[in-house]
Design a protein around this ligand. Structure first.
Ligand code: DAH
Length: 339
């Protein structure tokens, strides 16, 4: 009675050409939307004779369900195709070699500092960092460098006020650690230090690494043992140390430590200026007065301390002859230290 075939053919012809979601939504509007053909058929019911209304209603309904299915199928097909196209487009070929970007490297001073910390932390040292602005008390007085004592002239100080200064060495770190901690103590204090001094081997700002051990029965032998281990790790397995008597107000006895020349093995060369030995650091047994200044009983405890110039170690290790090179930040120079 109501022939759906012609109508269906129209739908089919139209859906055939639908290729994307935009065309699909146009199809929806045209057939299934509020003003679409199916709704138009529904509205037509008012013109149908009363006895045919039921059959007409069934016919329209059948067309509606059929068209909806057609639409759903097409929609699923388009969505699937779109997803596949996206997967295809976004595929990452993990086998393509990466574009390599130049990687920077640590500054030689930083890597030497880390290397030194590594060696000492292997011996159980902890790291403490003190302030760069110090007061007279920590930088001098409690380290037994008393006012008007000639040893104050050993270091040309940058004074900020009558009392405050840029620390001239990392040794005030010893005082700060002993104030904060009871023995046993085993610390490293790395940091920048400042002195009014400038030539090929001196700079107004340079870095040191202080070492302090306080415990029962600590002797100069412990210092030599640790430093032997240190130079072997930093320079060569064959490196040995030699202690020479020296003077520092905060250690008694005080020593200057030489390492056997790792370039010539001790026979004498330009690096060691023919002596076979290179001076690397100062140290000694902590002066009892310094322990007492920090409230540590010097009859029960003893200590050892040392101070190492980090630039000096870096210069020796890499054969750098001018300290300024370590501060100029010349990229061509720094690139040579790529690991
Ligand atoms: N503070 C000294 C300096 O800057 C180096 C030094 C010597 C540190 C002997 C020490 C030490 O801890 O025991 O010249």
């Amino acid at each position: 009675m109501f022939n759906a075939d012609e109508l269906k053919k129209l739908f089919l012809d139209d859906i055939e050409v639908v290729k994307n979601d935009l065309q699909l939504s146009e199809f929806w509007k045209k057939y299934l939307g509020k003003t679409g053909k199916v709704q138009g058929l529904m509205n037509g019911i008012k013109d149908v004779a009363k006895e045919e209304k039921k059959a007409y209603g069934q016919f329209v309904n059948e067309v509606k369900v059929w068209a909806q299915n057609l639409y759903d199928e097409k929609k699923a097909g388009i969505e699937k195709a779109m997803l596949e196209a996206r997967y295809e487009k976004e595929t990452v070929d993990v086998t393509v070699p990466v574009k390599s970007r130049p990687v920077g490297n640590l500054h030689p001073l930083t890597s030497v500092k880390y290397e030194m910390m590594n060696v000492f932390s292997g011996m159980g040292f902890e790291v403490f960092e003190g302030p760069e602005i110090e007061d007279d008390d920590h930088n001098f007085t409690r380290l037994n460098v008393l006012k008007d004592h000639p040893s104050r002239d050993m270091q040309d100080t940058f004074w900020l006020t009558d009392d405050l200064l840029l620390r001239t060495h990392t040794s005030p770190g010893q005082i700060r650690v002993m104030d904060a901690k009871k023995p046993p103590i085993k610390v490293l204090v790395p940091g920048k230090v400042f002195r009014s001094d400038s030539d090929a081997t001196h700079s107004p700002m340079f870095s040191q690494m202080e070492g302090l051990v306080v415990d029962k029965h600590i002797t100069l032998c412990d210092l030599q043992g640790m430093l032997d281990e240190f130079v072997k790790n930093m320079f060569s397995d064959a490196a040995k140390t030699r202690l020479r008597p020296s003077y520092f107000p905060f250690t008694e006895p005080s020593v200057e430590v030489d390492v056997s020349c790792f370039k010539c093995g001790g026979c004498g060369c330009s690096l060691c200026k023919g002596t076979g030995w290179i001076e690397v650091l100062g140290g000694g047994v902590v002066n009892k007065k310094v322990l007492e200044n920090c409230g540590i009983d010097s009859n029960e405890y003893s200590g050892l301390a040392f101070g190492i110039g980090i630039e000096r170690i870096a210069m020796l290790k890499y054969g750098i002859n001018h300290m300024g090179k370590l501060f100029e930040n010349d990229v061509e120079f720094l690139k040579q230290f790529k690991a």
